[in-house]
Design a protein around this ligand. Structure first.
Ligand code: FDA
Length: 538
């Protein structure tokens, strides 16, 4: 099947370009603000809902949820206004008024987008920051929760823990991640092997579409409901809230965090991990993280492997399982911490240091901020020791502040869910998820960290999935391709490069859904799903 539609593109482009520029020429902020209040049923005072560059709150609100300081420079393009809705009608008003005034929209929930796509654009844009849409309602009888997009995964864990010791939800490691972006891209965490991705456990949602109308699962239809559960944020509308199926967890779980230096056989353990972690009992999750950084006392490069684990059961069972499957790790009774599930999430939130402070889950400020870059891969078979050796050599580079090789085991439940069940296609056949993560502080170190990451990614090419090389939508990486910024509609050929990497064979269906719900591509950004053009058989 081939997409061919240059006439269609030309016509739509001219039409939308004229509308957009008319709006930009004519805009004044007073008019825009008036429009927002006119269309909102539930009005807060001016200062809490709309923040313009002249408001004293503007910079604070903008910066509060920026998680990648690479996109917080004076020259970074800033929104013409920030809207912080606390009611659905204010989101609807924002969509209607941005459209009529020719502004693009960036939607932000937690602000963790690795490329800043939720708060940066190179065209006049309005930031809709959902930070005040953060309510969470837990229903222990129904074993479900309604969670607004602006809540964080940490807040969700905390609220579940308040109500039950035997319910949980399979979301991510870091508590400050926003529910909106996390579920939009799939979302994995320490129960991925038992319960799949977070988006696999969504049973309903409310979405505002490009016309400013609100739909639930029934009224939006199964195609759109399918697309929003993993098809990437910022493409189909603004998801206001999600209904989640909570999952059973035992009253006592066991966590451990074990670190090994290179002298303690860390390299062998990482190699061996690949054979064990995706295959063991699905109650057991062991992630492996190799971190390299310069020691603070100037004594050189430190490189260590850490194994962070959650076992859905007691320590004695875990010890016997580890003895059978991964004795090389040398796990001892004193390494195992028994706790409730919510405490295990607090343990993760603390960087696997302490499970004591559940309040840490409610803190929206990260433990540390910085400049970051991430790339992802899915090897389809274990990476050889020799190939890994080449990576470790690169990690020794003392010019890099902090680099991490993050290995997440899939398998288990992920093998039971078909690749087309949600847009996240990488399941059976993709036993391991890899993240190459680099973090640094100073702008003058940007290019060397970015170039190093790209070189490492090139180096890894022979050892990971191919045709296409799979990537994770939630680890956004603009290096793998972007929509053409100068045109409202991107061609299939351009978008399919990164689209197939993120979504495999689901990419075409995502484009079809987009064409159905947002044919003029109102919700768009560098890697938003473009609408499928009408098909012409040739
Ligand atoms: P943000 O608000 O930046 O949104 C991300 C994207 O979704 C943007 O395109 C945005 O426009 C869109 N979006 C946001 N809210 C929306 C809404 N309500 N409706 C429609 N579109 C919306 N991932 C993972 O799977 N497991 C993990 O453990 C981690 N850990 C992790 C740690 C750290 C420190 C970072 C920076 C990132 C991760 N991630 C992760 C990746 C994370 O899941 C990914 O960046 C999410 O998109 C973040 O969601 P936020 O809402 O925080 O981002």
């Amino acid at each position: 099947m081939k997409y061919f539609c240059s006439c269609y593109y030309g016509f739509i482009f001219l039409l939308l370009f004229s509308l957009a520029t008319l709006g930009c020429w004519g805009y004044n902020m007073e008019d825009f603000v008036h429009c927002i209040y006119l269309h909102s049923n539930n009005n807060d005072s001016n200062s809490t809902l709309i923040h313009t560059p002249s408001s004293s709150s503007y910079s604070y609100v903008l910066n509060f949820s920026i998680r990648n300081l690479r996109f917080s420079e004076p020259e970074t393009p800033k929104p013409v206004a920030i809207i912080t809705p606390s009611h659905a009608s204010q989101v609807q008003a924002a969509v209607i008024c941005c459209k009529s005034h020719g502004f693009q929209i960036r939607t932000r929930s937690g602000g963790h987008d690795f490329e800043g796509s939720s708060y940066v654009a190179n065209v006049p844009f309005v930031l809709i920051d959902l930070i005040n849409l953060n309510s969470i309602t837990i229903d222990t009888e129904d074993e479900s929760a309604w969670v607004q997009s602006g809540a964080t995964v940490g807040e969700l864990y905390y609220r579940i823990g308040e109500k039950s010791r035997t319910l949980g939800f399979p979301a991510g490691f870091v508590p400050t991640i926003g529910i909106g972006g996390f579920l939009s891209g799939g979302g994995f965490g320490m129960m991925v092997r038992k319960y799949g991705l977070a988006a696999d456990n969504v049973v309903d949602a409310y979405v505002v579409d490009a016309n400013g109308s609100v739909f639930d699962r029934y009224s939006m239809g199964e195609d759109l409901f399918w697309a929003i559960r993993g098809g990437g944020g910022g493409s189909f509308g603004i998801v206001l809230a999600w209904k989640l199926k909570l999952v059973p967890v035992p009253p006592t779980v066991t966590s451990f965090s074990l670190s090994k230096t290179w002298d303690q056989n860390a390299a062998d353990l990482i190699h061996r991990w690949q054979y064990v972690a995706p295959e063991v009992d699905q109650d057991l999750f062991i992630s492996a993280w190799v971190t390299a950084f310069n020691s603070s006392d100037g004594s050189g490069r430190i490189m260590e492997a850490s194994f962070f684990s959650l076992y859905l059961g007691k320590a004695t069972e875990l010890l016997s399982l580890m003895e059978k499957t991964f004795p090389e790790l040398g796990l001892k009774k004193e390494d195992c911490l028994e706790m409730s599930w919510v405490e295990s999430m607090a343990f993760s939130a603390s960087g696997f240091v302490s499970a004591k402070s559940l309040e840490l889950l409610l803190n929206r400020s990260p433990l540390d901020n910085g400049r970051q870059k991430i790339k992802s891969d899915y090897p389809t078979e274990p990476i050889s020791e020799t190939a890994l050796e080449g990576m470790w050599e690169r990690f020794k580079n003392e010019e890099l502040e902090k680099v991490q090789f993050i290995l997440i085991p899939f398998g288990g439940k992920m093998n039971e869910i078909s690749e087309s069940e949600t847009p996240s296609a990488h399941r059976a056949g993709y036993p391991i998820h890899i993240g190459y993560y680099v973090k640094w502080q100073h702008p003058d170190a940007d290019s060397r960290h970015l170039e190093w990451t790209r070189e490492l990614y090139n180096y890894m090419t022979p050892f990971v999935s191919k045709s296409p090389r799979a990537a994770y939508a939630n680890y956004r990486d603009l290096d793998i391709g972007t929509n053409n910024e100068d045109r409202i509609l991107t061609s299939y050929e351009e978008a399919s490069v990164w689209g197939h990497q993120y979504f495999g064979n689901n990419f075409e269906r995502l484009m079809e859904v987009k064409a159905k719900v947002d044919q003029f591509n109102f919700f768009r950004h560098e890697q938003s799903i473009p609408p499928a053009p009408p098909r012409v058989r040739i």
